[in-house]
Design a protein around this ligand. Structure first.
Ligand code: AHG
Ligand code: MN
Ligand code: MN
Length: 292
């Protein structure tokens, strides 16, 4: 079944945004060879941008803003929320290219999208949908609009075709862990030690979207914690953690900042960073239960 068919019956404006984003990701999947290397600019977070970061961001702004598909658009690569003339109240937050530091070593990267109504500075629990696209050996699209989690693969004819419908998180013991061990806070050290003692195997590539996609399919937990020098961690609430947390939660998993359900957090600003623990309910209950 094709993506457009699978989306039949959901709100028309939401469907048009998911399909519009899907179209842009097809162009991105073909664009890596002609947009290699670094741009000579940096983003709000001080990260030097990859040529692909800038090009992908521009494509999404043209597609979503230019065509009036969304009212608000917040991008990891833009310093402010963009507002457009539109008949809809849809508000999209996007990480156009997550893991872009890995492009130079040809590892898997992806696009992450969260969809709200009425504005972007809302808790993840208010989302009307989220999706991500992984650019790997295959180009794979995963979405949820609150009615299960579904995976599609981009075929040679340019169509995203259903591969897994209503799938739930796996149950293997896999652990993806960011930040350097010599900066771990005591409760995080305890968390990691318990999982390693329980036989969890390390799975970490440095691309959040790819690492979480693996945990979603296979099971376990990914964490980029708060650490000595940055108690709020590295990853962004709006562009990375909430959208992926929404999808993992819809698939029967859970997401936390270590203390509360991450989807309950109201973003103060688009650039808000948050410690993230995302994966199976068992692992998230463990970290939330540890004394801080
Ligand atoms: P982005 O490429 O959008 O800036 O995101 C990179 C993030 C995330 O994908 C990954 O988990 C994390 O950076 C890795 O950070 P370190 O390189 O510090 O481990
Ligand atoms: Mn990112
Ligand atoms: Mn990015």
């Amino acid at each position: 079944m094709q993506l457009s068919k699978h989306l039949e019956g959901y709100d028309k404006d939401l469907v048009e945004v998911v399909l519009g984003i899907a179209e842009v990701t097809k162009a991105i999947s073909r664009g890596f060879i002609t947009h290699q290397g670094k741009a000579d600019t940096s983003n709000l977070y001080g990260d030097q941008q990859a040529a692909m970061d800038v090009w992908a961001d521009d494509l999404f702004i043209k597609e979503l803003g230019g065509s009036g598909l969304v009212r608000y658009l917040a991008s990891e690569e833009q310093p402010e929320i963009l507002e457009f003339e539109s008949d809809t109240d849809l508000a999209v937050s996007i990480d156009p290219l997550d893991g872009s530091s890995l492009l130079s070593v040809n590892l898997t990267v992806g696009t992450i999208v969260g969809i709200q109504r009425g504005g972007v500075l809302k808790p993840g629990s208010d989302m009307v949908g989220a999706m991500y696209v992984i650019y790997g050996p295959l180009t794979v699209l995963v979405y949820s609009v609150g009615d299960g989690v579904h995976e599609f693969v981009l075929h040679a004819d340019g169509e995203f075709v259903l591969r897994k419908e209503n799938f739930t998180i796996g149950s293997e013991k896999r652990l993806g862990q960011g930040a350097a061990r010599n900066t771990y806070l005591p409760f995080h050290e305890e968390f990691i030690s318990r999982l390693e003692a329980d036989g969890y195997k390390i799975r970490f590539s440095g691309s959040f979207v790819a690492d979480v996609h693996q945990i979603l399919h296979k099971g376990g937990v990914f964490t980029y914690p708060g650490y000595l020098g940055s108690e709020r961690g590295k990853l962004r609430l709006l562009f990375e953690c909430a959208p992926m947390g929404y999808i993992v939660t819809q698939a029967g998993g859970a997401v936390s900042d270590g203390v509360v359900d991450l989807l309950s957090i109201v973003p103060e600003s688009i650039s808000e960073r948050v410690p993230v623990y995302i994966g199976g309910k068992r692992e998230i209950e463990l970290i939330m239960g540890l004394p801080k």
